[in-house]
Write a protein that binds this ligand. Structure first.
Ligand SMILES: *[C@@H]1O[C@H](CO)[C@@H](O)[C@H](O)[C@H]1NC(C)=O
Ligand SMILES: *[C@@H]1O[C@H](CO)[C@@H](O)[C@H](O)[C@H]1NC(C)=O
Ligand SMILES: *[C@@H]1O[C@H](CO)[C@@H](O)[C@H](O)[C@H]1NC(C)=O
Ligand SMILES: *[C@@H]1O[C@H](CO)[C@@H](O)[C@H](O)[C@H]1NC(C)=O
Ligand SMILES: *[C@@H]1O[C@H](CO)[C@@H](O)[C@H](O)[C@H]1NC(C)=O
Ligand SMILES: *[C@@H]1O[C@H](CO)[C@@H](O)[C@H](O)[C@H]1NC(C)=O
Ligand SMILES: *[C@@H]1O[C@H](CO)[C@@H](O)[C@H](O)[C@H]1NC(C)=O
Length: 319
């Protein structure tokens, strides 16, 4: 009896504390400030040569040229970002991160950068941009416009990002099942080691190895079924024991329904786990504001042919 009496108040206080926690928790949810809309147009000042170069090739496939047009080339970027088009206009931020040429034909780079603000208004705030960036249009024109289109495309991305907030429609749910057709050797290789720890083998099992990826993605399991997208980006072996890779890729759609839209996938890919779950961290086009997850499972594997088909189920909410 005495014990019951003693413990009851303790239980009660725990309950009360929990209740208070739940209350304050929901309270703070109740006063979440309104989402703010921000539109901005900014200009990346990119220099590819000379004393003030901003975009530097770091590594690439050994024996290949390390240029934008060469699959697997990794660039470090630190570009001034200005308020106006002119290089002399006020610098408000820097664009810092990496580009990786992520299309086998050199037509696209995978961009992963932070916009780090240093103007009075946003000092210290950042925006994170991750996307597959197609150069095709720019490549048709001369050098200066290429620089401009890169600037404009990136600026447009920031703009459209904030624009769509103005007219946010209902969240949509989309589920889809797609198949990555991965080849690790032979004439149609899709997954190429770019670099790794010097003196180590550059394989999936070797920590620090960086792979460039450009895999066809099909509607069905068969390699011959309709190609609806490409998976472009990088894998880095990220577990010391070689059991996991860090995946950062864009799914770039090219079918009629989603042509030009992308989904951005990021996460830890444990190679010996049957079903791997990675995050869908964003999207563009029809998948703006995408959030969700993707499961990856090996649906077919032919070691001799160095050929694997990965089934990917995507579950997202987006506008
Ligand atoms: C490089 O940057 C410095 C300092 O901003 C500037 O004085 C110089 O003119 C620049 N050089 C070129 C070739 O742009
Ligand atoms: C931005 O913040 C840094 C460090 O906090 C400070 O040194 C700098 O003066 C600030 N710049 C502006 C424009 O406020
Ligand atoms: C953002 O830009 C779009 C079009 O460019 C415009 O319709 C919208 O009103 C702008 N929103 C704000 C908050 O300025
Ligand atoms: C989509 O997938 C989720 C999780 O796998 C499931 O709960 C949901 O019912 C599915 N929705 C549709 C429309 O198939
Ligand atoms: C490589 O791709 C080409 C064109 O799609 C195809 O004709 C050829 O059979 C493929 N080769 C292999 C070994 O898969
Ligand atoms: C997708 O868009 C590209 C460029 O806008 C175009 O060339 C291509 O025909 C389109 N594909 C489909 C299936 O609509
Ligand atoms: C993925 O979806 C397919 C059906 O489209 C289903 O057979 C499979 O079990 C799903 N995989 C996972 C991991 O949910």
């Amino acid at each position: 009896m005495a014990q019951n009496v003693a413990t009851t108040p303790i239980k009660l206080s725990i309950l009360l504390l929990l209740a208070m926690f739940v209350c304050s928790h929901s309270q703070s949810e109740g006063v979440l400030p309104q989402l703010q809309k921000t539109n901005m147009t900014i200009y990346f000042q990119d220099r590819f040569a000379g004393p003030n170069t901003t975009t530097v090739p770091i590594t690439g496939i050994p024996g290949h040229l390390w240029t934008f047009g060469s699959f697997g080339t990794v660039f470090g970027i630190d570009s001034p970002i200005t308020q106006g088009l002119e290089g002399s206009s006020e610098q408000i931020a820097r664009g810092q991160g990496v580009h990786v040429t992520s299309a086998l034909d050199g037509s696209a780079t995978y961009v992963s950068i932070s916009i780090v603000f240093m103007n009075k208004e946003f000092n210290g705030s950042t925006l994170e941009i991750q996307v597959s960036h197609h150069l095709q249009m720019a490549q048709n024109v001369a050098t200066t416009p290429i620089k401009l289109s890169i600037l404009l495309l990136l600026a447009m991305f920031v703009c459209s990002h904030s624009q769509s907030e103005g007219v946010l429609p209902q969240l949509q749910k989309t589920n889809m099942t797609i198949y990555f057709q991965d080849r690790f050797a032979g004439p149609n290789t899709t997954t190429v080691p770019i670099t790794g720890i010097p003196g180590h083998l550059w394989t999936f099992g070797s920590f620090g190895t960086v792979f460039g990826i450009d895999s066809p993605i099909t509607q069905g399991l068969e390699g011959s079924s309709e190609q609806i997208a490409r998976g472009q980006g990088v894998h880095v072996t990220s577990a010391l024991d070689g059991s996991a890779t860090y995946v950062s890729i864009s799914i770039v759609f090219m079918n009629k329904e989603f042509n030009g839209s992308t989904l951005e996938i990021q996460g830890a890919n444990y190679l010996y786990v049957n079903v791997r779950e990675l995050a869908v961290v964003g999207g563009t086009g029809q998948f703006r504001y995408a959030r969700g997850f993707a499961t990856f499972e090996t649906a077919f594997l032919d070691m001799k042919a160095a050929y694997a088909v990965i089934r990917c189920n995507i579950t997202i909410e987006h506008y």
